[in-house]
Design a protein around this ligand. Structure first.
Ligand SMILES: *Cc1c(COP(=O)(O)O)cnc(C)c1O
Length: 386
């Protein structure tokens, strides 16, 4: 069985698990428990209950008529992850993993966070399920994101600043993994994106696949057919893999992931191992993961989920980049045209959809995954535009 689980952690040459033996044992146990509960009817029912009553699912698939007309091409639909409780898709995964943690008897949840969005989603879910919550965050990041630190503390979490290394996300991940190895008996590591060693990418996809499960039914109901393209932004790749999941076996649907042109892991990365798994990684001249910079904190990651790496090299999905200027324009255009302020991350998908729309005809359909709302970004955009 171990052999088989190990195999399931691969997407072509990507994925797998490259970690010390003590951590591997913990991950093997986690895989086993995940596969056991994933298909358990009671677990599924409980997950559905919380997604409905707490997250607010299903969320709409909104036809944005004015934007479609303004772009002059295909019909544009937005999948409204921005309307979830806490304002983004991250809560889908946080609730799923915390329910698994409960089944596994964990009393304590740990997580890493960069800009703080995953930390906030985790702290929220922990508050609701009355779990102890420890969030590791690079010391440098705690200074830059003081308000998110306060948010997590309000929600009852303990935020631990990590001073090792550069005091950034990578160092927070290392600290969380360290904690897990020491405390695995009562602790669950709630990872925030479709990255990391097996089983995390498979597990995060499973909990985010609700996005395309819903959108597929919704588009069939509204249009009686599948979309021609699904567009999503890609940081670690969790909202994108969730938005793609139920279309991967539908060859007529183009799948397009969008990255910042300053962190183009999929467009320019090479196969390499980071954070315990193999994926396409942006490397610098010394062969180290490159320091990326994005105006959208959630997209600021030099790697990408292993399944996206595989979808890219096999050609099933396409990956594109947009510039900061295009993102800022899309941010404003969607706000002005439809009264929907997107997260800066999601504005990457909107910006690319605009370019794509100009190559398509009016009888075609694009679904854009609106991964989150932009309230968190309004002040930053104000500063940038000033
Ligand atoms: C975190 C975040 C992202 C990027 O993460 P993925 O794992 O690539 O989805 C995108 N959009 C929003 C709103 C986010 O909060």
């Amino acid at each position: 069985m171990d052999q088989q689980l190990q195999q399931e952690g691969y997407f072509g040459e990507f994925g797998g698990s490259f970690v010390p033996p003590e951590l591997q044992e913990v991950l093997n146990y986690l895989s086993e428990q995940f596969y056991k509960f994933r298909d358990d009817p009671e677990f599924k029912e409980e997950l559905r209950y919380y997604l409905r009553e707490y997250v607010g699912r299903e969320n709409p698939l909104t036809y944005v008529e004015r934007l479609s007309k303004a772009w002059g091409g295909p019909k544009i639909y937005l999948k409204r992850e921005d309307l979830n409780h806490t304002g983004a898709h991250k809560i889908n995964n946080a609730i799923g993993q915390i329910l698994l943690a409960k089944r596994m008897g964990a009393k304590r949840i740990i997580a890493e966070t960069g800009a703080g969005q995953h930390g906030v989603a985790t702290a929220t879910a922990c508050a609701m399920f009355n779990m102890d919550c420890v969030i590791y965050m690079g010391a440098e990041d705690t200074r830059r994101q003081a308000l998110n630190v306060f948010r997590m503390e309000l929600l009852g979490a303990t935020v631990v600043p990590v001073h090792n290394g550069q005091g950034r996300l990578k160092d927070a991940v290392d600290a969380a993994l360290d904690d897990l190895v020491r405390n695995y008996k009562n602790t669950f590591y709630l990872l925030g994106s479709a990255v990391g060693p097996h089983p995390f990418p498979t597990m995060v996809k499973h909990f985010q696949a609700i996005i395309s499960e819903e959108s597929k039914l919704q588009i069939m109901e509204k249009e009686g057919r599948l979309p021609d393209a699904v567009v999503a932004c890609a940081g670690g790749g969790s909202n994108a893999i969730g938005a793609f999941a139920h279309y991967i076996d539908e060859p007529t649907v183009r799948l397009i992931g969008v990255e910042p042109d300053q962190a183009p892991s999929l467009t320019q990365g090479v196969p390499s191992i980071i954070h315990g798994f193999k994926c396409l990684v942006l490397l610098d001249e010394e062969g180290q993961p490159k320091k990326t910079y994005s105006i959208a904190a959630g997209l600021d990651y030099p790697g990408i989920g292993p399944e996206h790496s595989h979808l890219k090299v096999t050609g099933r999905a396409e990956y594109a980049t947009v510039t900061n200027e295009e993102v800022l324009e899309a941010f404003q255009e969607l706000s002005r045209t439809e009264g929907i302020i997107p997260a800066l991350e999601s504005a990457h998908a909107v910006a690319y959809a605009k370019k794509l729309a100009s190559t398509m005809s009016q009888d075609q359909i694009i679904i854009v995954n609106l991964s989150g709302r932009g309230d968190k970004d309004v002040e930053q955009v104000y500063q940038m535009l000033k």
